[in-house]
Design a binder for this molecule. Structure first.
Ligand code: FCB
Length: 474
């Protein structure tokens, strides 16, 4: 009997929220002493983003702070996750602190607390200060030390009221989209650099956990990983091996060091010949990286199915959608995996397959393989072809179905005994979706970019009602 015939309650204290990130929503890139980030540089590089879109203005959150705080309060979610822009706090990435930048986050935190909302800051959501990139960026070890300093500054300024802290958002994207695939800032295409970036991002995470604990009495620290169940297109050994490599790169390369204090042996071997690669690892680093956590954030958008490059014809014959040629980008060419799609699953406008049960599977796997601290789903949501109807409403039943089905999958994991403590919808507002610019809308609230006007979509009302009921309606 499918459980979804009855309304299903969330555990007491289950934390609902929404999440945003600084570069995607703030705009005001020159305001109040902010420095330049790698995303300013990258988005202004001709051809880097769709239509040449940039975060210069985007959702204009910096100048709509009070209105956005009221929207958050109106949603009724007890928590809000946002990121702090490092270049606002330390315009050069090191050295002098820009008090006006910190003041903005102080206003945000105070505004949330006044409205009874728990602030959950993320220290890094990809907007590295450009001066640090100029001296090597994440592939350089020194960046980890600079991040620890910055973490101490922010934790010192926003604690003691702020108790829940996320060090990094999706270090896989920062390292691999930024340094191997080249589709995110800083746009490098070098696998050896991506391996080194991975290590220093993780090292900086461990150092930041220590800094948060030192600065915030009773503070809770975690990291937020993008995780994906990775499936082989068939049981053929080549497809199994391709799926295992993809899983190693996407999931185990981050879960193993953070939760077990070691890199996966197959990934160490896979990248052994890359420079600087794992050559940057020093004694004691893994102990720092595996600093015990208070929680683990999981971002989930869908599974990934792959075949081996020599198995594309078989995958096509089996009914998968298969690209015409194996990918030539440095990341997938190196992993020798080809992403395929299963036609029976709908895809969002991002081309991401919608399979809510894969979230249950993922949460169970993390529990079974890693015995992790309490889990929070810190991002989940969908891009949708939203539009403002002639009556002024934005109706997004697709997004409501997506959220409902993923919350149901999360409840399934809880029923199976997984300790999941919260769920944050990505995102509060439509925003600058990185290289996709403004072509993809993920918000529960529509943003009219020319005017900055906000229109809550029907999914906003649905999420508000679900939070209020603390249960999923049948
Ligand atoms: C995640 C990012 C977030 C947003 C969503 C759609 O990977 O953390 O900034 O782009 O995807």
């Amino acid at each position: 009997m499918p459980a979804n015939r009855q309304s299903r309650s969330f555990p007491e204290g289950f934390l609902f929220g929404t999440k945003t990130s600084a570069y995607q929503i703030e705009g005001s890139v020159d305001a109040d002493g902010r420095g330049v980030s790698i995303w300013d540089t990258y988005s202004h590089t001709p051809g880097a983003t769709r239509h040449g879109d940039t975060g210069d203005v985007t959702s204009d959150h910096y100048r709509h702070l009070d209105e956005d705080l009221d929207l958050i309060a109106g949603l009724g979610a007890p928590a809000f996750c946002f990121s702090v822009a490092w270049p606002r706090v330390q315009p050069l990435g090191s050295g002098p602190v820009n008090q006006r930048g910190l003041d903005f986050y102080r206003r945000l935190v105070d505004g949330l607390l006044r409205r009874g909302v728990t602030p959950v800051p993320t220290l890094f959501h990809w907007d590295l200060p450009q001066p640090l990139q100029d001296v090597g960026g994440w592939p350089a070890r020194d960046t980890a030390g600079r991040f620890a300093d910055y973490a101490a500054i922010v934790a010192g300024a926003l604690g003691p009221e702020v108790k829940m802290w996320v060090t990094h958002n999706e270090p896989w994207c920062a390292a691999w989209l930024g340094y191997a695939l080249g589709v995110h800032a800083p746009g490098r295409r070098d696998v050896g650099l991506a391996v080194a970036a991975t290590h220093h991002l993780l090292l900086s995470h461990g150092l930041a956990v220590q800094a948060i604990r030192a600065a915030v009495p009773g503070g809770r620290a975690g990291i937020d990983l993008s995780l994906m169940p990775t499936r082989p297109a068939s049981a053929h050994e080549d497809d199994l091996a391709a799926a295992r490599r993809a899983d190693g790169n996407l999931n185990r390369l981050f879960l193993d060091p953070v939760l077990r204090g070691e890199y996966p042996a197959d990934m160490l071997a896979h990248y052994a010949a890359r420079q600087p690669g794992f050559g940057v690892v020093q004694d004691g680093d893994l102990r720092t990286i595996a600093e015990p956590l208070d929680f683990l954030g999981v971002n989930f958008y869908g599974p990934r199915t792959v075949c081996a490059p020599n198995r594309m014809a078989e995958a096509r014959a089996a009914g998968y959608w298969v690209p015409a040629a194996p990918p030539e980008d440095p990341l997938n060419a190196d992993l020798r995996d080809v992403e395929v799609h299963r036609p029976e699953f709908e895809r969002t406008p991002m081309d991401w397959e919608i399979e809510p049960a894969a979230l249950t599977e993922l949460l169970l796997r993390v529990r079974d393989d890693y015995a992790p601290p309490p889990l929070y789903v810190l991002e989940n949501g969908m891009a949708n072809d939203d539009y403002v109807a002639p009556d002024g409403e934005v109706r997004d039943p697709e997004r409501i179905a997506y959220l409902r089905d993923h919350l149901g999958a999360l409840l399934d994991a809880i029923s199976a005994g997984v300790d999941v403590r919260g769920y944050f919808a990505w995102s509060l507002l439509d925003n600058f979706e990185w290289a996709n610019g403004f072509s993809k809308r993920f918000g529960l609230v529509w943003v009219d970019y020319p005017s900055g006007a906000r229109i809550p979509k029907s999914s906003f009302a649905w999420y508000r009602d679900t939070i209020r009921a603390h249960a999923l309606a049948p």
